[in-house]
Design a binder for this molecule. Structure first.
Ligand code: ZN
Length: 144
């Protein structure tokens, strides 16, 4: 029996416990459990994020007209994650509203990007990195 995971939508009940997972069907690694996630809007143009609709067979990127284009779930502490991977350095478009320090990838299948990490308040200590998962780059499981 397989468990259904859903894409982000307005009908997702954010007041329930949610398990956020890797979108790739052969992986679906558990990334983090959350409820009432902290959703932030940020304008990031350097990265084409993954759209979760059949990412294995039909990889698509998030387009400018997508309603969740600028929406991310903010996670303040890396220790809240069950599994998380970070990428090496990359070239960032200078027009972005935040400086991207790392890209978030799945620690099991190493695919992504699923989001990014950045510093706040001029910190440069990796312990202070804040993590942002793109709403459409992960899948969700509701826990009763
Ligand atoms: Zn994965």
């Amino acid at each position: 029996m397989s468990t259904a995971y859903t894409n982000y939508s307005s009908s997702l009940d954010l007041s329930k416990k949610l398990i956020i997972r890797c979108p790739f069907s052969k992986c679906h690694t558990r990334l983090i459990q959350t409820h009432s996630p902290n959703i932030q809007e940020l304008d990031i143009k350097s990265i084409k994020f993954l759209k979760t609709t059949n990412p294995d067979t039909n990889p698509t990127t998030i387009e400018e007209h997508d309603s969740n284009l600028n929406k991310y779930i903010k996670i303040d502490d890396v220790w809240d994650f069950d599994n998380i991977g970070v990428s090496k350095e990359f070239n960032q478009d200078q027009s972005d509203s935040v400086k991207l320090e790392r890209l978030i990838i799945c620690s099991d299948c190493e695919r992504g990007p699923l989001g990014f990490a950045t510093f706040e308040d001029n910190s440069t200590d990796v312990k202070d990195l804040k993590y942002y998962l793109h709403l459409d780059s992960v899948v969700y499981q509701t826990v009763q």
